[in-house]
Design a protein around this ligand. Structure first.
Ligand code: CA
Length: 228
């Protein structure tokens, strides 16, 4: 399994540290952000697998961050677990209405947070297995749950790394990603770990996609994007 990335947006240093320590111990890679602005930027750049979001933040608050994440095609599908202080029940309700998946009330035990994160991730994985999150371009279908790619209805055999790469790009059509961003998003056991390896994977992917290779576009001097 590739290592999953969790973005933690929390302005209180000691809580951020505690959460980071506990999530890292569980095998996740943690990206920390201390303001809403910083968090949104990190969510767009790093494409995390889940966001832990404190509601009380300086500048744009957690609810605004939640709304912005859901409004952006790049981050629309990312699961969100909100952190809230006691007595902020109305904020919790609003957060869930804005598309958060679950919440944990402060002060919380790290074990409870880890359990909630696991449960949200499991739910998302099941939803994906049920066919949600299927990516469709004109004659190309990427089915994350089944790990299946179809070009004009014909299955295409991809390596796990190629699949992850295609899925990563296809999830955000039109967005250009640098090789470094791609490496960060898709690396893990058996996945490319260098920028050069990304080029090799892209080469292999294009060859296997045949006519559908046109969806993978090279942006000179920058990186790659999935054509809309
Ligand atoms: Ca706070």
């Amino acid at each position: 399994m590739a290592r999953q990335n969790i973005l933690v947006i929390e302005d209180e240093g000691d809580i951020l540290e505690l959460v980071t320590l506990n999530l890292t111990r569980e095998g996740w890679r943690v990206i920390g952000a201390t303001t809403g602005e910083e968090g949104l930027e990190a969510a767009r750049e790093e494409a995390p697998d889940l966001v832990v979001l404190d509601l009380m933040l300086p500048g744009i608050d957690g609810l605004e961050v939640c709304k912005a994440l859901r409004a952006d095609a790049r981050t629309r599908a990312v699961p969100i677990v909100i952190l809230t202080a006691k007595g902020e029940e109305s904020d919790v309700v609003q957060g869930l209405e804005f598309g958060a998946d679950d919440y944990v009330t402060k002060p919380f035990s790290p074990k409870v947070l880890v359990a909630r994160i696991r449960s949200v991730m499991r739910r998302k994985a099941q939803a994906s297995e049920a066919g949600e999150g299927v990516l469709k371009a004109r004659d190309l279908v990427v089915h994350p749950g089944r790990h299946e790619v179809l070009v004009r209805g014909e299955p295409v055999e991809l390596t796990a790394g190629e699949f992850r790469l295609l899925q990563f790009l296809a999830r955000r059509p039109g967005w250009v990603f640098t090789r470094r961003q791609i490496v960060q998003a898709v690396r893990g056991d058996g996945y490319p770990a260098t920028e050069r390896a990304v080029d090799v994977q892209i080469f292999g992917l294009r060859r296997k996609l045949g006519e559908a290779e046109e969806y993978i576009e090279t942006v000179r001097g920058v990186g790659y994007r999935f054509r809309e």
